[in-house]
Design a protein around this ligand. Structure first.
Ligand SMILES: N[C@@H](CCC(=O)N[C@@H](CS)C(=O)NCC(=O)O)C(=O)O
Length: 213
């Protein structure tokens, strides 16, 4: 298996799950330039990360990759406790993270993609920060009395939330007062698989403010 990533980008969630599964894998470090080159676009026409290549199967989309990895290792229980409700709970949060929270970061990282008039960039970013903050408040409320998004058991949704929590620093979204979220982030930060994936990506502060997520 081969994971194409940018340091600290949403691809870090898949990287953490590969570590959790003790799955043999390689990583390919990409940049904003190399993801737009014909060779990469030939395997991923979206020109984004993550991309997971498993034998002859090239898979894009964070939610699909996380689900695929979890399904390859059902014994790890990373999409719930095996009940329809448990699975639905994990999918609920994955959907929220992907279609609401992740999307709301995009105008902060790259306002020019959303505006004709660049003089309004700061206003757009401020509005997007409000949306991001509101979504984190909802996640914080959900995490009250729960160790993980899905309940007592960690799942593929947790690394995705953790990655976006890391973005709050570089994007200046203040979530320091959200206690349940902070506890969750501390738990993830202490995890050896998380630490290994981060160390491999050599994440530095500047990469968290990359302009094109
Ligand atoms: N829908 C895709 C979005 C992936 C995405 O936005 N990736 C960002 C990094 S977090 C990226 O590659 N951005 C470069 C670009 O959009 O040109 C997913 O969920 O995997």
């Amino acid at each position: 298996m081969k994971l194409y990533y940018f340091p600290g980008a949403c691809s870090l969630a898949s990287h953490i799950v590969l570590e959790w599964l003790h799955e043999p894998y390689e990583t390919v470090r990409m940049s904003m330039q190399t993801i737009k080159k014909p060779a990469y676009l030939a395997i991923n026409p979206a020109g984004t990360v993550p991309l997971l290549v498993h034998d002859d199967f090239a898979l894009t989309e964070t939610v699909a990759i996380l689900g695929y990895l979890a399904d390859l290792h059902p014994e790890a229980g990373l999409v719930g406790d095996g009940t329809p409700r448990g699975r639905a709970e994990v999918l609920r949060w994955l959907a929220f993270l992907n279609s609401d929270l992740h999307k709301s970061f995009k105008p902060i990282f790259n306002p020019s993609r959303f505006l004709r008039d660049s003089t309004r960039a700061e206003e757009l970013q401020a509005t997007a920060r409000t949306h991001v903050r509101t979504y984190f408040e909802r996640l914080d409320a959900h995490l009250a009395g729960r160790a993980w998004l899905g309940g007592d058991q960690r799942s593929v949704a947790d690394p995705y939330l953790f990655v976006m929590w890391r973005w709050t620093d570089g994007t200046k979204v203040d979530v320091g007062d959200l206690r349940n979220l902070s506890r969750f982030a501390a738990r993830m930060s202490d995890d050896p698989g998380v630490q290994t994936a981060i160390a491999q990506e050599e994440v530095v502060a500047s990469s968290l403010t990359h302009s094109a997520r």
